[in-house]
Design a protein around this ligand. Structure first.
Ligand SMILES: C[S@@+](CC[C@H](N)C(=O)[O-])C[C@H]1O[C@@H](n2cnc3c(N)ncnc32)[C@H](O)[C@@H]1O
Length: 251
């Protein structure tokens, strides 16, 4: 509640004032606030250090993350938006599946879903959720930058609150375009660069153009979802990108 009010208050400020507030917050309070909020396990300097990380280092950080949280970033409103964006049930690869709620919701709606994440702890949480209902969702431990699937293996790729976490955006986008046959659906927070990591973000998408430019697809829709949505787990503004590829869909 307090966070929503703070964000509302901030959104009413003129942009230069908002930037100034963020600047002071980042430099004076962020490290302290993050440590207090998240505990010493959290690597506040992640963003500075990650340039030299090995894949094992990346994994280690996300395994720690998923030992301390079980919260998804999306919920019912986003599930509906994503289902509407995909259209007819088809095969879907959900990348950065976290606790598996989107995969589960799509499977329940008749989609053939595979879920992928680099974290074994996240996949364990996903397995527990999936076990509650009678659906088959293969879970794959892998990096978005190296998808272990042949080209055009899935009709659609979904990737929510994960593109901003990858180590190599160009490589990830190239993999998405290789493995998807028809659509790529992306949700990312709309945000400016932040110095200290509260959430291991490595890329920051502050406008639709950045996503459009990253994917370079001729056919796409990109909309901004404002921060006042009551139907979303993530209360700040988000960008939703739906890119269409022109390959053939499987029967
Ligand atoms: C913020 S969580 C979002 C989880 C879920 N999609 C949701 O919306 O609730 C980001 C997820 O992406 C995973 N992840 C981060 N970087 C990744 C990468 N390079 N390849 C695959 N998964 C990654 C993390 O383990 C984490 O589960």
């Amino acid at each position: 509640m307090a966070r929503r009010l703070y964000l509302k208050f901030k959104s009413l400020m003129p942009e230069p004032l908002r930037d100034m507030l963020s600047f002071f917050n980042q430099h004076l309070f962020a490290r302290w606030t993050i440590r207090k909020k998240l505990g010493l396990w959290f690597e506040v300097d992640f963003r500075k250090k990650c340039q030299t990380f090995t894949p094992q280092d990346w994994k280690k950080h996300y395994e720690a993350c998923w030992q301390h949280t079980t919260n998804p970033c999306i919920n019912k409103g986003d599930f509906r938006r994503i289902r509407d964006a995909i259209g007819q049930p088809c095969s879907v690869l959900d990348i950065g599946c976290g606790t598996g709620q989107l995969a589960l919701s799509l499977a329940q709606a008749g989609f053939r879903v595979t879920a992928l994440d680099l974290s074994i702890n996240a996949l364990r949480l996903a397995r527990n959720h999936i076990a509650q209902i009678d659906v088959n969702i293969p879970l794959v431990e892998s990096f978005a930058e190296h998808l272990p699937f042949p080209s055009s293996a899935f009709d659609c790729i979904t990737c929510c609150h994960t593109l901003e976490h990858v180590s190599d955006l160009d490589r990830t986008v190239a993999e998405f375009k290789r493995v998807a046959k028809e659509k790529i659906v992306i949700l990312v927070p709309k945000q400016k660069y932040r110095l200290y990591a509260e959430n291991y973000h490595t890329y920051f998408f502050n406008s639709s153009e950045q996503l459009i430019d990253a994917f370079k697809l001729k056919q796409f829709k990109c909309v901004e979802l404002d921060g006042d949505r009551e139907d979303s787990a993530y209360p700040s503004p988000m960008l939703m990108y739906v890119g269409t590829l022109h390959k053939h869909r499987s029967a």
